[in-house]
Design a protein around this ligand. Structure first.
Ligand SMILES: Nc1ncnc2c1ncn2[C@@H]1O[C@H](COP(=O)(O)OP(=O)(O)OP(=O)(O)O)[C@@H](O)[C@H]1O
Length: 248
C-alpha cells in the first residue's frame, strides 16, 4: 500500500473568524490552531456551525471577517482534500472516473494501481466501471472516501464521512483512513463520540450562540484505538458528559 511521503504537512491557523447569516451570528471572533500532522475531531450540536466552519477553512465559503491560513502563514489553497456530507459523485462518471477526477482536471496522470488499491481497501474491488446510480448509499460514501484519500493532500477536511456505513464496515474504513492519514493534518466533523475518540489526537467541541470552542481534550495513546482501549473508553465517557452538559 502506497502512503504519502509527506514529512511535515502544514497545520491550520484560524484567527478571529466571525460569521453572520443575516441577523444570526454563527460564531464571533473564533480562533484556534490545528497542529501539523494532528487528527482533530470537531463535535457539537446540530446547527451550531460545524459545517459552516469547515467550508470556510476549505475555501468553499467566505467568513464575515477573520482569516484562515496554514501554520506556515501561507494560504491553504491547493493543499486541501475535502469530503462533504453529500458524496457529490458525478452521476455520469464511473466509480473509477469519480475517484480520479480532481487530479485529472489538473492534467495529472491517473495512478490506477493506487485508485484500485483504495477501492479494494474500502471493499469495492471490481466496482470501477459502475455508475453511482448502481451503488447503495454506503457504497457511494466509500467511493467518496476513496476519492478523498486518492488525492494525497497534506490537509484533509471531512464532514461526517462514515455516517452511512454499517458498524463493521465503518470500523474497517475508519482504520483505513487513520492509517493513510497518519502523516496528514486532519479535521473531522462527527456526531459519534466513539469515532472521535477512536481516531483523534484531540477533540474540539463547538457550542453556544454564537458558537465558541468550549472543550479541547487530548486523548492519550495512538489512533486508531481499539474499541476497548482504556483511553478511548475514558475519553468517550467524558466527551458524552460534556456534550450533554453543553446542551443542558
Ligand atoms: N447559506 C446559509 N444561509 C443561511 N443560513 C445558513 C446557511 N448555511 C448554514 N446556515 C445556518 O447556520 C447554522 C449552522 O449551520 P451548519 O450547517 O454550519 O451547522 P452544523 O453544526 O454543521 O449542523 P449539522 O450537525 O446538523 O450538520 C444553522 O442555523 C443553519 O441554518
Amino acid at each position: 500500500m502506497k502512503k504519502s511521503s509527506l514529512s511535515a504537512p502544514a497545520g491550520i491557523q484560524v484567527r478571529n473568524l466571525t460569521l453572520h447569516f443575516g441577523k444570526q451570528v454563527i460564531f464571533d471572533s473564533l480562533s484556534f490552531d490545528i497542529d501539523s500532522g494532528s487528527f482533530v475531531a470537531l463535535l457539537g450540536a446540530s446547527g451550531v456551525g460545524k459545517t459552516s466552519l469547515l467550508r470556510i477553512i476549505a475555501g468553499l465559503a467566505s467568513p464575515t471577517s477573520g482569516t484562515v491560513c496554514g501554520s506556515d502563514g501561507q494560504p491553504l489553497t491547493g493543499r486541501i482534500a475535502w469530503m462533504g456530507q453529500q458524496d457529490l459523485l458525478y452521476p455520469w462518471l464511473t466509480v473509477a472516473e469519480n475517484i480520479t477526477l480532481a487530479p485529472r482536471l489538473r492534467g495529472e496522470k491517473v495512478d490506477q494501481p493506487w485508485a484500485d488499491s483504495l477501492l479494494e481497501r474500502v471493499g469495492l474491488a471490481g466496482k470501477q466501471a459502475l455508475l453511482p446510480a448502481a451503488l447503495s448509499g454506503g457504497m457511494r460514501q466509500r467511493v467518496a472516501i476513496a476519492r478523498t484519500l486518492y488525492q494525497r493532500q497534506p490537509i484533509v477536511l471531512m464532514d461526517e464521512p462514515f455516517s452511512a456505513l454499517d458498524t463493521v464496515t465503518r470500523a474497517k474504513v475508519q482504520a483505513l483512513a487513520s492509517e493513510l492519514l497518519s502523516d496528514h493534518t486532519v479535521l473531522l466533523i462527527t456526531h459519534d463520540p466513539m469515532e472521535a475518540c477512536r481516531l483523534s489526537h484531540r477533540l474540539m467541541t463547538l457550542s453556544g450562540h454564537p458558537a465558541q470552542i468550549t472543550n479541547t481534550q487530548v486523548i492519550a495513546g495512538t489512533p486508531p484505538r481499539a474499541p476497548d482501549d482504556p483511553h478511548l473508553l475514558y475519553s468517550q465517557g467524558k466527551l458524552l458528559q460534556q456534550l450533554m452538559s453543553a446542551e443542558a
